[in-house]
Design a binder for this molecule. Structure first.
Ligand SMILES: *[C@@H]1O[C@H](CO)[C@@H](O)[C@H](O)[C@H]1NC(C)=O
Ligand SMILES: *[C@@H]1O[C@H](CO)[C@@H](O)[C@H](O)[C@H]1NC(C)=O
Ligand SMILES: *[C@@H]1O[C@H](CO)[C@@H](O)[C@H](O)[C@H]1NC(C)=O
Ligand SMILES: *[C@@H]1O[C@H](CO)[C@@H](O)[C@H](O)[C@H]1NC(C)=O
Ligand SMILES: *[C@@H]1O[C@H](CO)[C@@H](O)[C@H](O)[C@H]1NC(C)=O
Ligand SMILES: *[C@@H]1O[C@H](CO)[C@@H](O)[C@H](O)[C@H]1NC(C)=O
Length: 779
């Protein structure tokens, strides 16, 4: 009974003691701030430009943030935990005795942690640049908020290759081809929209050959980037507070602070035309100016989520209706274009023929037709539709609907979601509906015109023929070959390069010069349309660490894929069959291969338009170029097999014993984590130079997974990897990198839910590979 008042007294005294002090620029260990006192910052910068502390993001929800002190509305420039805000009661920020900045929630769980552990003499400070830094006892900066930007870049903060500004589905980062881009990364589609993807980056004064990937905004309002981008604030000059922010609508803006009115002025913006921002209205909708941008669903479609345009629109009709001529109609939408991806392209054909092309394909959702040139595009995804105000071009999109659909109910909204019916329905216009009268028999599309959803060039007449790195490459036609062509190219399938679960690969030569690998698929689906839909996914995949697919052939049972030929054999040959010095991979090559493989898989898992699970990651599918760059082969094929098959049922065909995650056998859902598991095994093989599945104990017994995990844990505990690293390297390897790789593979082959993502793995490896920055990771 007596101790309780005493405790209360003690804790209120402590708060009192803390509250009486004014915010500091720098604090030592043991400092803390309770969320209840959020009105007082934890730190302010010396000139009071920035504050750091709890910021109220919503009702009773707080994030740990840095904001401009003197603006009318708090402008947050950095947040530690924006995705997981903490409760307004009981949460606490402390700079612990160990020297870590820790945010804990009301239950005492750690929500965010700087993971610095620098000991008693470390300090945390907020600088006048807006950078929150943690310094060790010697005063050197060990952690800084500038290294993990959120949606804002401040002057002097470097934007480098592994960093991105993110706001919702929108991000700004250096793409794989060294170009700084704005990219929409939605749940279904990933799509760059700035610089305008339908033009060459060189037209914008950018380049793609400087791989330093670095950008910085200086104190005068001048942003310079290694790809040649130059941004100059309209009020350039010293003495102004600025920020470069990616806004929630996906626009990138440079702001200057008006010190008198304490408000922000836009001094530069990337996207003056908001409708050019991809995904703003989601799929199956269009964006138009009237004069402010507004979204509306296509006729027959309704908003998928009334609160949120980015989710787009969904059909109000059953999508599995029988598409015979009598049941289909088309609704014309004038001057409307989509940025989706196209299944076919024809010129100089009549509107009726174009309709026919669309009606015959179940997956065709709409077609667009240009009067005059007679251009016809059949579309299987309607993304980022836009109504063009210009009247010079006569171009319409015709949406396919079942005749029974109720289109009197067209919904249209402002971007801020105010219902507003301005949809022009020309009831008297006879061309409004197009009914089918017959179905003509139509062969395969000669030009299987694929763009990534990202890149849509249909308005461009001259599609670049040259192969430039990165996204430009994807504009190349993904070609449909005839069987005869491929038979000739491979010399009647003479030279076999390899064979695997999905089929046999032959060497071929196209146009007498380009060497290709032609794979004849075993057991592929025979349904033409399904095949084309699936293959279109593969056609859209393009990454420097994935084998490029040039085209396909589909004639009845003959299904073939045409790939880039990768010169220098697969990883297994180099790891397990090296003879003396021949084929022996040096450590640095192994590390690069591990990283390249991780990057390729990360792209498949996280950046593709659809999640692609490889399902068969193994050294045989990791091909090497002459420069020992990784090209992963055989991806996307799990989906190519008969549709009813889940990845799981494909296990006999797809996975390879020794690399298959336990869940294959356990009847658990198959997701990207199976690839992470297999990657863990491959990583271990890269380190040890031996097949993990044939590892034996001292007594000559085969080791099972649990025993291998045990052995690895011991290696990690002892801190010495020497005894497991490939002896053929004669000790020529980087201990820290090897240790990191062992640790990563241990986490990959562990329990499914705890496995890291390929993105995380890529980052962890990169942290170990960047020699100048992480000098302590190399020797
Ligand atoms: C690449 O960009 C960096 C940073 O902008 C610059 O310092 C460097 O000179 C550039 N390199 C080349 C080869 O242009
Ligand atoms: C279409 O789907 C509905 C249920 O969503 C089902 O009842 C109907 O049988 C399906 N029709 C066809 C032709 O598959
Ligand atoms: C569309 O174009 C392809 C060649 O690109 C041609 O074979 C096909 O007949 C065309 N379709 C129509 C309806 O003109
Ligand atoms: C079509 O939609 C409108 C508006 O929602 C409604 O009034 C009308 O009854 C619907 N017609 C049919 C046939 O469902
Ligand atoms: C293809 O299917 C047949 C029978 O369905 C099966 O016997 C054969 O093994 C399969 N081939 C491959 C490579 O999976
Ligand atoms: C593959 O790499 C080796 C080096 O290990 C090199 O000598 C050889 O020429 C390469 N082979 C091809 C086909 O490029």
């Amino acid at each position: 009974m007596e101790t309780i008042p005493c405790l209360i007294l003690f804790s209120s005294l402590q708060i009192l003691a803390f509250s009486s002090a004014s915010p500091e620029h720098t604090l030592g260990t043991g400092s803390f701030l309770s969320v209840e006192e959020y009105e007082k910052p934890f730190l302010i910068s010396p000139s009071n430009t920035f504050s750091f502390g709890f910021y109220e993001t919503g009702d009773n929800a707080f994030s740990l943030s840095i904001w401009f002190t003197n603006t009318v509305e708090k402008t947050v420039v950095w947040a530690a935990n924006s995705e997981s805000p903490v409760n307004g009661h009981g949460s606490k920020l402390s700079f612990t005795q160990e020297g870590s900045l820790v945010l804990s929630d009301e239950k005492g769980f750690v929500v965010w942690d700087s993971k610095t552990m620098l000991g008693q003499d470390s300090r945390v400070a907020l600088l006048d640049t807006g950078n929150l830094v943690i310094t060790d006892s010697k005063g050197s900066v060990v952690w800084q908020s500038f290294d993990s930007p959120t949606d804002t870049l401040l002057p002097l903060q470097l934007l480098t290759k592994d960093k991105r500004l993110v706001s919702g589905y929108y991000s700004l980062y250096y793409d794989t081809d060294n170009v700084l881009r704005l990219i929409y990364n939605g749940p279904e589609i990933s799509s760059p929209y700035w610089p305008n993807p339908s033009e060459s980056i060189f037209d914008f004064g950018r380049t793609n050959y400087n791989s330093s990937r670095i950008g910085v905004l200086d104190n005068t309002g001048h942003f310079t980037s290694s790809d040649g981008l130059n941004i100059i604030a309209s009020d350039s000059g010293l003495g102004i507070n600025r920020r470069l922010t990616i806004d929630q609508d996906g626009n990138l803006k440079l702001y200057s602070l008006n010190k008198v009115e304490k408000s922000w002025i836009v001094t530069w913006e990337a996207m003056p035309q908001l409708c050019d921002i991809h995904g703003l209205c989601g799929t199956n909708s269009i964006c138009e100016y009237s004069p402010d941008p507004r979204c509306s669903c296509l006729p027959g479609y309704e908003m998928a989520d009334q609160e949120n345009w980015i989710k787009g629109c969904q059909p109000m009709f059953r999508t599995n209706y029988s598409q015979v001529a009598e049941q289909v109609m088309f609704v014309e939408m004038r001057q409307v274009k989509f940025y989706g991806f196209v299944m076919g392209f024809n010129t100089s054909i009549s509107l009726e023929d174009c309709e026919k092309l669309c009606s015959e394909k179940h997956s065709c959702l709409a077609f667009s037709y240009g009067i005059g040139e007679g251009s016809c595009y059949t579309e299987i995804q309607l993304f980022s539709g836009k109504k063009t105000p210009s009247t010079t071009m006569i171009h319409s999109t015709y949406v396919k609907l079942p005749k029974t659909a109720n289109i009197s109910d067209v919904k249209q909204y402002d971007l801020i979601c105010k219902p507003n019916s301005v949809y022009e329905m020309h009831q008297d216009d006879k061309r409004w509906f197009y009914y089918y009268t017959s179905i003509a028999i139509f062969g395969g599309l000669e030009l299987f015109f694929i763009t990534t959803a990202c890149l849509f060039l249909r308005s461009k007449q001259n599609i670049p023929k040259s192969v430039i790195d990165g996204y430009e490459l994807m504009t190349e036609h993904f070609k449909k070959f005839s069987y005869r062509e491929l038979k000739a190219a491979t010399g009647n399938f003479r030279e076999e390069l390899g064979r695997g679960g999905s089929g046999v690969v032959y060497r071929g030569v196209l146009d007498k010069k380009r060497v290709v690998a032609v794979k004849r698929l075993a057991n592929a689906t025979e349904a033409e349309e399904e095949f084309q839909a699936e293959i279109s996914i593969i056609g859209r995949i393009n990454h420097v660490n994935l084998v490029r697919t040039w085209g396909f052939c589909s004639e009845g049972k003959d299904k073939l894929l045409v790939y880039d030929y990768v010169e220098n054999e697969s990883l297994d040959k180099h790891l397990f069959e090296s003879i003396g010095e021949k084929r022996l991979l040096r450590w640095s090559q192994r590390f690069t291969i591990a990283l390249g493989t991780a990057r390729g898989l990360a792209y498949l898992h996280h950046e593709c338009l659809e999640w692609v699970v490889h399902c068969d990651v193994k050294p045989e599918n990791i091909l090497l170029t002459q420069d020992f760059e990784v090209k992963i082969a055989d991806f996307g094929l799990a989906k190519l097999s008969k549709r009813d098959f889940s990845c799981l049922q494909l296990s006999h065909m797809r996975g390879t014993v020794g690399y298959m995650a336990p869940e294959w056998a356990l009847n658990l859902p198959i997701n990207t984590k199976v690839d992470v598991f297999s990657y863990g095994i491959v990583l271990l093989e890269i380190v040890t130079g031996a097949r993990i599945s044939s590892q034996t104990s001292a007594e000559g017994e085969k080791l099972d997974l649990a025993q291998i995990v045990e052995a690895l844990k011991q290696v990690v505990a002892c801190g010495d990897v020497t005894r497991i690293v490939d002896a053929k390297l004669h000790g020529q390897f980087n201990h820290l990198q090897a240790m990191e790789m062992v640790k990563i593979s241990l986490s990959c082959i562990g329990e499914r839910t705890k496995r890291p993502t390929m993105d995380e793995i890529t980052k962890a490896l990169m942290a170990c590979g960047d020699e100048d920055k992480y000098a302590d990771c190399t020797e």
